[in-house]
Write a protein that binds this ligand. Structure first.
Ligand SMILES: [Zn+2]
Length: 203
């Protein structure tokens, strides 16, 4: 969903097949529901709106960086993750429900229940550490790491300290993410209009 208030700063031909309408691009915020989360708001991005078919197409920054910026926010959360947040992190790690069940010594049904109902504090901490391990693997020894300007040492210490502070209840938080935060952690990257929903399976 986009809030559109500002002036038109760009136009483009509609991306929808067979529409041919003109899209008006304005700076605004966009609820990034494609992430599978209702809580992620992208601030100050270009959102195109087709005046003919009403399609809304945001210019999403590089999804690989964005998804890791979201993951960092979740790792820093000081209360239990919601089921949807857990699912987001599982997918970011590239795990199927079955993969995570095997790693956790659990069953598919139990993992599904974590993602739809609730999970315990031990599960929560283990999953955060799995995500940390995933991010560290990506940061170390890569000629062109996805995340920049953050060290393995600083990240590990920060996550360790967060684990000490997690409150044993689940709280819905909003994650507002600015272009500056993405640029800082991912370097300047080309932005692409999001024509099809971004699949977390391919990040
Ligand atoms: Zn259109």
């Amino acid at each position: 969903m986009a809030k559109i208030r500002s002036d038109i700063v760009a136009t483009a031909r509609c991306y929808e097949d067979g529409c041919g309408g003109m899209m008006e691009g304005r700076k605004g915020e966009y609820k990034y529901a494609e992430s599978g989360l209702n809580s992620v708001i992208l601030k100050d991005i270009l959102v195109f709106h087709c005046t003919k078919c009403n399609a809304i197409v945001p210019e999403i920054p590089a999804a690989g960086v964005l998804h890791r910026v979201i993951a960092l926010r979740l790792l820093r959360k000081r209360s239990l993750l919601t089921g949807g947040e857990l699912r987001f992190l599982r997918k970011l790690c590239g795990y199927s429900i079955n993969d995570l069940a095997e790693i956790m010594g659990s069953s598919k049904n139990v993992v599904s229940r974590w993602e739809t109902h609730a999970h315990g504090e031990g599960t929560e901490r283990t999953i955060r550490l799995l995500v940390l391990a995933k991010l560290v693997r990506e940061m170390v020894g890569q000629p062109d790491p996805i995340l920049r300007n953050i060290s393995v040492e600083a990240l590990s210490v920060e996550i360790e300290n967060t684990l000490k502070l997690i409150q044993s209840r689940s709280v819905d938080e909003k994650y507002e993410i600015s272009p500056e935060e993405i640029a800082h952690l991912g370097g300047e990257e080309n932005r692409k209009p999001l024509v099809e929903s971004t699949s977390l399976a391919v990040v």
